[in-house]
Design a binder for this molecule. Sequence first.
Ligand SMILES: [Zn+2]
Length: 330
Amino acid sequence: MIYPWQTSLFSQLISRRAKLPHALLIQGCAGLGKTDFAKYLAQSLLCETPQNGGEACGECPACRWFEAGHHPDFRWVSLQEEEANDDEPLTGEGKTKKAPTQITVDAVRGLSGFMATSTHRQGLRIILIAPADALNVHAANALLKMLEEPLPGTLFLLVSNEGGRLAPTIRSRCQRVLVNPPTAADSQSWLAQQGVEQPQLFLALAGGAPLEAMRLAAQDTGMRTSLLRQLSRRDSSLSQLSEQAIKMPASEWIGWLQRWAHDLVEQKLVGHPRYHLDFGEALELMAGQANLFDLLAWERQLREARRLANHPLNARLLAESLLIPCLAMR
Ligand SMILES: [Zn+2]
């Protein structure tokens, strides 16, 4: 899968297919489809009868294996070796199963057999590491050794978010490929083509990343609107507000409040919000009441809370403590 904002980058890379370095670091902000791009590039490089523009044909044996997830010369090192099952509850059999957040050293060491044998199709051997920001220290060290002694015919594709946590030692061994976001106008028209209503709003809420905008639009349950509508009204109580907030997962409602706080700061400093474009009037009113230093302190409080927000011990208490500073601004 390739998105319109990636086609020229793809052409640049594929036209240099014979001269690619042994490791590419595909970087850009979140929500741009960088992993999809890396997979598309890998499939095109492994395809045995590529099209004129270098794109994978989708029909040769290599493409069929790739699409079925078992091309013998391709490995994807990710958070989970097995495919994630979205329907599976996080808790089962009385135990709490933690969603994986790291790529472990075992996942990287698991590549050694794959690297030791010759390629099956006499072509490239490709290893995709995504999200590379999730490599833990030991895994990064193991990978570093592989990058320091590159094998001929082997290409590493690392996918990382800008500002991610990837170690500088790894970064310096890779050639950087920057995926740029499309212009706002291009993103909006693409979102409209995908059937997203209010593309401008969702693009703003997503901070300009089109795939994130699509995800937000698809998952929009109206809870953000309900929470912010209550927040803007002076007659809603703290307990009503926190009740509304905790209908959502903690990271989500804190995220909306963080954007709200950011919008209030922007409203004060530059005169318009950045994210919640549909609450411009309420933000303007509230920004008029708010003190900049209080806002910055509230932003800090929210940022800290979001870092720890995955499993709050008492969601309601957390919501109340994070909402109080905002009530004084109404
Ligand atoms: Zn093919």
